[in-house]
Design a protein around this ligand. Structure first.
Ligand SMILES: Nc1ncnc2c1ncn2[C@@H]1O[C@H](COP(=O)(O)OP(=O)(O)O)[C@@H](O)[C@H]1O
Ligand SMILES: [Mg+2]
Length: 260
């Protein structure tokens, strides 16, 4: 990433949309993040915060390093340098940040507040424990499954837990039946929020492109994320599809989450 590109990405990151909840503590704090691929510097000393309930934008031209930032946040890449802290619950736990950094461990808690250092975590734990969800620049849905099934697969972890990780559990345990009902309820809720209820039984691959983008967001929301990272959510959309995306997702915000 060139110096000019880096400046653009940094400036974009700082340009938080002002929101009523913006006085709250950050959900994400990125400090002095750098990522090098051999001699290529994709991210150079990037700092920004994202606050709960805010929509925070990373802006920069192609190759500026936006996707690489997402890949670092979600644990797909291990950054060359820098700290990526994510918090939910009681924000008082932010006071543990210095001690946590020194300790070399990945998690601190205080009361019901939890703080994670994402650069120390493998990607599956970033998703499961730190509750970071993402969508991809290129849509990655299960095209041969229905819209509803895509949202149920996203809730695989709580369903497996309720089954006791056994086939018999999945067939017979009341806890599994309850978890399955709750997974369907949650899926239906997000289908309604993204205006996809009428397409619930259609194959994901048969949806128009804009609806597939919304389904990706619904799928991410079904995991109850503390932070939702949308990588180029409007890529490939025509103006009316972009407007629809805004109408059903961005402007409504996702109350408890911070979207980046
Ligand atoms: N795995 C990788 N190996 C080598 N270079 C990479 C890798 N991932 C990204 N890059 C490079 O990092 C730079 C930033 O890419 P990217 O984060 O995709 O930019 P953006 O999303 O802003 O378009 C580009 O020059 C890209 O080629
Ligand atoms: Mg990109």
């Amino acid at each position: 990433m060139s110096a000019a590109n880096h400046a653009a990405a940094t400036a974009g990151a700082a340009a938080n949309a002002t929101a009523p909840l913006s006085s709250l503590a950050p959900v994400l704090s990125v400090d002095h993040l750098s990522m090098r691929f051999g001699g290529l510097v994709a991210i150079n000393d990037l700092c920004f915060t994202a606050r709960r309930g805010d929509i925070t934008a990373l802006i920069g031209p192609n190759g500026a390093g936006k996707t690489t930032v997402f890949n670092c946040i979600t644990g797909f890449y291990k950054p060359s340098e820098g700290r990526i802290a994510l918090q939910f619950g009681d924000p008082g736990v932010w006071e543990e940040l210095g001690a946590l950094t020194q300790r070399g461990t990945r998690r601190a808690s205080r009361g019901d507040g939890v703080l994670f250092l994402l650069e120390r975590m493998p990607d599956y734990l970033v998703t499961q424990k730190a509750r970071v969800a993402r969508t991809f620049q290129n849509i990655r849905l299960f095209q041969g499954m229905t819209v509803l099934e895509n949202l149920l697969v996203a809730q695989h972890n709580p369903l497996m837990w309720a089954s006791g990780y056994t086939v018999l559990g999945a067939l017979g345990l009341p806890s599994y039946a309850r978890a399955e009902r709750s997974a369907i309820d949650k899926a239906r809720y997000w289908l309604e929020r993204t205006a996809l209820s009428e397409r619930a039984d259609d194959l994901a691959g048969e949806l128009p492109y804009g609806a597939q983008r919304r389904l990706e967001i619904a799928r991410a929301m079904c995991t109850d994320p503390a932070l939702l990272c949308l990588d180029e959510p409007a890529a490939g959309l025509n103006p009316s599809e972009s407007a629809e995306l805004g109408r059903y997702s961005m402007r409504r915000r996702f109350s408890s989450s911070s979207m980046t």
